[in-house]
Design a protein around this ligand. Sequence first.
Ligand SMILES: [Zn+2]
Length: 437
Amino acid sequence: MASLNRRQFITAAAGSLILSVLPENATAAEVQKFVAVRYWPANAYTRVTLESTLPAQHAFSVEQNPQRIVLDIKNVKLQGVLETLPAKVLNRDPYVKKIRVAQHDRNTVRIVMDLKTAVEPQIFTLAPVANFKNRLVVDLYPASVADEEDPLMALLQDYRRGDIGSDGSNTHQKHSSDDILGDKIQDILAQENSKKSQGINHYQRKKRRIIVVLDPGHGGEDPGAVGPSGLKEKNVVLAIARETRQLLQAKGYKVYMTRNEDVFIPLRVRVAKARSVKADVFVSIHADASERSSARGTGVFALSQKGATSEAARYLAKTQNAADSIGGIIEKVGNKMVDNTLFDLTQTATINDSLKLGKIVLNLLGKINKLHQGRVEQAGFAVLKAPDIPSILVETAFISNPIEEQKLANQKFRTQCAKTITEGIDTYFRQGAALRG
Ligand SMILES: [Zn+2]
């Protein structure tokens, strides 16, 4: 058929039903084609993404006995990547037991997801962005959030209801941040550690432990920057954050992570998590990228209320803030108003503390890698917008630079990063930084 032009095709097809389903100006380019299917099982939620040349026409229902999601996609034939979906399901998926696909009728592909437990599905389409074509996204959240040990799931649920503002404020406020069992374990560890440590036990100077939130950038559908040999930022920064958490815990800090698995978490949910656990500091961990493969060096960034301190910082904030559209969120309208006067006063003090923390961390990082800039830079990073929590973003190295990509792939360098970030946070508090509350 490829050798026939359109007129010949119509002639060849004349008299057959196929003519009636061809739109007036149909060309080969307008035929719906699925080009990729991706699957991200995680505790927070499981995501299935179907990527196609045209927006997917779909309908779905939730069925019982057995629990399953039935998703119909119109105007498509079961072939290519769609057929690979069932084989992608992993045993460790908390929500999906099995996926089946079939040509339901002549123009409909039916995808049935058999479930392990009741879920709250969120199914939506995303317009093309970055390197992605059209996406049909199936997110499966737990139907009930019983696990209060980690507030993340509850926050994700609030986020989907539109209860979380861009500064991470949560109007729902029903979640107690304190995880009781985790507290007990961490208190015992802190007591053990304080016996070993000398001098002032500054972790408990306010009769409570200092709380650090670590934020490994990107995750799931959003890989972050990808190095020339394929190393993904999302994996590198998760490894560094996990190691940093261990080191901070060993020093008696209470540490939370915005993600501890390969999952996409929207930026404002990350901020909301830091606020919900009443963090004393928030440290986002990334690896930088540039179109110039020679660009290299470590950088530290803080929020700017006004303009960015450099074009590069503005560009970086823009690319980092794009994580939400790459990771795929439905933008809610009508976010809650904030009192801007109060917000500005708090924010100025917070930014000063962020710069103080940033300088300490940057100077220490200068001992393990060349610095990209000799100062903490500032721009409008969405993930640093908690008005009351000193927040910094660490660009550990340039993953786009072949030499620095090798460093980031190297366990030794990752450990150095973790040790240095830990030392920087510890120095900041030892120098008497104020705690919240
Ligand atoms: Zn990043």
